[in-house]
Ligand binder design. Structure first.
Ligand code: FAD
Length: 110
């Protein structure tokens, strides 16, 4: 099986990059495509325990963790929260989601 850490870093790069290039206001087709991608991604991610937990998190019965797909801002924030959920599970530091765009879209201001 692939190295779970290396796979994770590469995959978060892909996922946050998809959020960074998501439309500012997404039409129905974009929303449906991304919703479908995430659903299949969560089934097919080649770390099975990771995939199971991720699916369960997304499908929380309250509906609170469903992908927010109307705009780049909402989707980027949602992805950051998804990543923070995994960070918490692994005992890593949580990321300040207010810095999400700087990290993944516009570049750090320093
Ligand atoms: P990563 O967590 O890979 O993060 C990479 C970079 O993203 C960081 O350096 C930081 O700059 C930035 N970042 C960090 N947090 C955020 C955030 N919240 N929002 C935006 N940017 C952020 N590993 C397991 O061992 N068990 C699991 O169950 C597991 N589940 C996973 C589920 C998914 C869907 C994915 C994609 C990965 C999963 N992983 C899991 C892998 C794990 O999340 C890490 O990728 C891996 O441990 C390497 O961590 P890292 O410290 O190098 O940084």
């Amino acid at each position: 099986p692939p190295d779970v850490e290396e796979l994770g870093r590469s995959t978060w790069t892909l996922l946050h990059s998809m959020a960074a290039t998501y439309p500012e206001k997404a039409n129905m087709e974009h929303q449906a495509n991304m919703g479908g991608f995430l659903k299949f991604f969560a089934k097919l991610y080649p770390c099975w325990v990771c995939a199971d937990d991720f699916q369960a998190w997304m499908a929380h019965p309250s509906g609170r963790n469903q992908p927010k797909l109307e705009s780049r801002k909402e989707f980027g924030w949602w992805m950051c929260e998804a990543h923070n959920e995994v960070n918490r599970k692994l005992g890593k530091k949580e990321f300040d989601c207010r810095l999400w765009e700087e990290r993944w879209r516009t570049g750090w201001k320093d």
